[in-house]
Ligand binder design. Structure first.
Ligand SMILES: Nc1ncnc2c1ncn2[C@@H]1O[C@H](COP(=O)(O)OP(=O)(O)OP(=O)(O)O)[C@@H](O)[C@H]1O
Length: 628
């Protein structure tokens, strides 16, 4: 709650809305105790007194009633009716939406067709029809406004519920034997409540307007009772000659609706966790760069060279140091394996190269990344765009998220080719077919016209790989590209990548958790921990003689085929949070060889035996130790 209020307070307009609305609600609440004239007592001898007259601060209306008193009592009534209508519409609409979305099938069909019928009427006509049937009066206006808004909530909440009802955690709740009612209450509702609150906060102003509209037409509040709409309606005949009688309620309606809308937008932004972390704010075309240090002479070995790269996420006051001074290089035709536990910063390192980390909240705060000697960090967007997907391409972790669900995979491949090369559609289709063949998609002639959802996870992953190969790139950055593939297909894909780097000199940065894949494909390997490279060398050096205790322990976690039964080790503890990195070695708390000096000051990546490790007390003869 405190976090929500802090976020709300950061949004100046929302804060303004909150303050104004707070004042209006406070005034409405204390109205009965204010020294006001009675709102309904007429005095025709004092009619149409202008504002600032003695005894009538805002003047009087056509019956000589005090406008200030009527305004405050009317505001009280309008707010009460608007909020009550919003609460009723939200409760009933959400209930209908949740039931339709959760049960689906015939229930969904019947309920939503009913809702569609309600929506087919112009809402104001529907409201008029309801009030005409029930008779004029504020309570009936409330029912009418609530009723015409139910479909809006029902449709919104049904959509959200359909998405949630098919999520794995709901399936898990079903498997654990929970009843539908329990699942709705404990699994679905907590996920839709923020959406209900957001929808309410943005529609309550609208409902106040609708109620005012009905009262303006004489169907809501009945004389002599005042609400903002009826005050406007009564002022209609003196609109030109005595404008203050309509300006007073009109300005109040404007203030209330503006304040509610500003506040509603702020509530929505603060409640949505994706907006909170910046994930839904429109990302910049390339990652924001605010480097406080640039390496004086970035090394330019290889086709891709990273020097001291630093990428952080700035979320509120917290700074997540996801990549913390990473230096890597990869030569043409070479494959570099990047290994590390989940969250160690592998993907963020890879995405930083081409400025693909979402900003906000991502910021590249230091270092350099060079493609064939050209600096990429801070490069013009046009240059990055030209290189992205053409000279440097990516294979992403989640193929379903990267393929467009509404386009055939063939069309997406054709687009990827034609964006960078002026080839005809027919030639691009031929190339796309060839790519699908290269990545061993069975029956590519028919698969090329399939939609992503018609393919298995492994096939989609292969389409992602084909897409990365589409423009014959110089470098492929592959982020766990074979995780969803069975071992035979994985072996085929690895051999495709191996062939490509031999034949065309393709350089590969291969991010993986799998030491087997590293052994099979990579020439060199780098191990990451808490945003830093902790060990780097040839694959043979790293796999046979790991020097950093972290690498050694990581390898002990891997089961070996045919190595007999042995106890699989797990690394005790958890990696540190990257917004609270400890001083010294980040692995110290989990390390069996930790010494006091490990926790004091910076530890550099240094030569240990035949390769580099960031460790003061490296492992000796790791293989023998592992065997014991
Ligand atoms: N938007 C974000 N806001 C804050 N922290 C983030 C954000 N995105 C990533 N991080 C943090 O950056 C760190 C590195 O994440 P990254 O995705 O690079 O890990 P990874 O090593 O690729 O993990 P995995 O193997 O699971 O993909 C993690 O600690 C993660 O929590």
């Amino acid at each position: 709650m405190r976090r929500f209020l802090a976020l709300l307070a950061r949004n100046r307009l929302a804060l303004l809305g909150l303050v104004v609305m707070g004042l209006v609600v406070l005034l409405a609440l204390v109205t009965p105790w204010l020294p006001l004239k009675p709102p309904n007592v007429t005095n025709t001898s004092d009619k149409f007194l202008p504002p600032f007259s003695e005894g009538a601060l805002l003047g009087t209306d056509h019956l000589g009633r005090d406008l200030l008193s009527r305004l405050l009592w009317g505001t009280r009534l309008s707010l009460a009716v608007g909020f009550a209508a919003a609460a009723i519409a939200a409760t009933l609409g959400a209930a209908i939406g949740v039931v339709a979305g959760y049960y689906g099938g015939r229930v969904d069909n019947v309920v939503m067709r009913g809702v569609d019928m309600l929506m087919a009427f112009p809402y104001i006509l529907l409201a008029l029809a309801i009030v005409a049937a029930l008779g004029p009066g504020l309570f009936n206006a409330l029912i009418a406004v609530a009723a015409v808004n139910i479909p809006f909530f029902a449709r919104n909440i049904r959509g959200v519920t359909v998405g949630i009802a098919h999520k794995e955690f709901v399936d898990a709740a079903r498997l654990s034997g929970l009843s539908d009612a329990r699942i709705i209450v404990s699994e679905v509702l907590p996920n839709v409540v923020p959406v209900i609150v957001i929808a309410m906060s943005t529609t309550v102003g609208w409902m106040i307007l609708e109620t005012a509209g009905l009262s303006f037409l004489g169907l809501g509040s009945q004389p002599p009772q005042a609400d903002l709409g009826s005050m406007l309606g009564e002022a209609r005949s003196a609109h030109i000659t005595q404008p203050h009688t309509s300006v007073v309620p009109g300005v109040m309606i404007l203030i209330i609706v503006m304040a509610i809308n500003l506040l509603g937008d702020g509530v929505r932004d603060a409640l949505d966790p994706r907006l909170r972390s910046g994930a839904l704010s429109r990302p910049m075309a390339a990652t924001q760069v605010a480097r406080d240090h640039v390496p004086p002479e970035p090394r330019a070995e290889g086709v891709l060279t990273l020097t001291d790269l630093e990428t952080q996420f700035h979320v509120g006051k917290r700074t997540f140091r996801a990549v913390n001074g990473v230096s890597l290089h990869v030569a043409p035709g070479e494959c570099l394996g990047l290994i590390g536990e989940s969250g160690s910063g592998k993907s963020v390192t890879a995405l930083s190269v081409m400025g693909l980390v979402a900003s906000p909240p991502g910021v590249i705060t230091g270092g350099s990344a060079q493609y064939k000697g050209q600096e990429l960090i801070g490069a013009r967007y046009g240059k990055l765009r030209q290189l992205r997907g053409d000279r440097v391409s990516y294979i992403f972790q989640d193929p379903l998220a990267t393929l467009h669900p509404l386009y055939k995979v063939g069309d997406q491949l054709i687009e990827a080719i034609r964006v960078h090369h002026p080839v005809g559609r027919r030639a691009a289709r031929e190339r796309a077919l060839g790519l699908l063949r290269d990545v061993r998609i069975p029956n590519p002639e028919s698969r090329i016209d399939a939609y992503p959802h018609e393919m298995s996870g492994g096939m989609r992953q292969r389409v992602g790989i084909a897409m990365a190969l589409a423009n014959d790139p110089d470098v492929i950055i592959a982020d766990e590209p074979t995780t969803a593939l069975d071992v035979t297909v994985q072996a085929q894909i690895l051999s495709v990548l191996s062939d490509l780097r031999r034949e065309r000199g393709l350089a590969i940065v291969f991010i993986t958790h799998d030491f087997g894949v590293v052994a099979q494909l990579c020439d060199r390997a780098a191990v990451m921990y808490a945003g830093r490279i902790v060990e780097q060398g040839t694959t043979e050096q790293i796999l046979n003689h790991p020097r950093h205790p972290y690498t050694a322990l990581l390898m002990k976690c891997v089961p070996e085929l045919g190595a007999g039964r042995r106890r699989l080790e797990a690394i005790p503890g958890l990696p540190p949070a990257v917004d609270r990195l400890p001083e010294g070695c980040a692995f110290a708390d989990r390390c069996p060889k930790v010494q006091p000096d490990c926790r004091a000051g910076e530890i550099v990546l240094r030569q240990v035996g035949d390769h580099a490790a960031r460790c003061l007390h490296p492992v000796e003869r790791a293989r023998e130790e592992a065997a014991q």
